[in-house]
Design a protein. Structure first.
Length: 189
């Protein structure tokens, strides 16, 4: 049975201090983020989506709320699709990008408490298995975050998640990938 899951990255976040927010509370959508998601909702209306799930973060809940209103669906929360548990949350983004980003998932940082690619992949796969069991043959919209979506895509495509893979395939805010799951086979569009 074919289950279709649309994995969308939340809308743009209001972040005037330009810090790495990760799981920090209170980071809401920007005005542009809200408008972008309203436009995305129009595109998704014709896809026959039956359920919406969102990570617990404010930005994903706001994104799911906008999409849900447009599609006439109430969303559910799942911590399995949450943002990466970053040990560097609160750091200026320019410092993070310059000094840490390429090595974020290194043994060095994992030993300090950084969530690993394997841990993220495991929880994302657990979520997909839950969806396949709970909603077989249906169309689901999932509002999550860039790294978790990319890690899931890599793992289910038998590709090693590396900095280069992330850089070459990263989702912009408001963009999505479609995961088609049929039996135990995954394909991405």
């Amino acid at each position: 049975m074919k289950t279709i899951i649309y994995f969308i990255r939340h809308g743009e976040v209001y972040n005037p201090k330009k810090i790495l927010y990760g799981r920090l509370p209170g980071f809401k959508l920007s005005k542009l983020g809200i408008e972008t998601i309203k436009e995305v909702a129009k595109k998704l209306k014709k896809r026959g989506i039956q359920y919406i799930y969102a990570s617990p973060m404010l930005r994903t809940r706001q994104t799911a709320e906008i999409l849900g209103k447009s599609l006439g669906i109430k969303y559910k929360i799942s911590s399995l699709i949450n943002e990466v548990n970053l040990i560097f949350a609160g750091m200026p983004t320019d410092v993070f990008k310059r000094d840490i980003q390429k090595d974020l998932y290194s043994k060095k940082y994992i030993s300090l408490g950084q969530e690993s690619v394997e841990e993220i992949g495991e929880r994302m796969l657990k979520f997909v298995q839950y969806i396949k069991k709970r909603h077989p043959g249906e169309k689901i919209l999932v509002v999550s975050h860039g790294d978790p979506i990319q890690i899931l895509r890599a793992i289910t495509s038998n590709i090693k998640f590396t900095w280069e893979y992330k850089y070459d395939n990263y989702l912009q805010t408001g963009d999505w990938y479609t995961l088609v799951s049929e039996n135990n086979h995954y394909s991405w569009r």
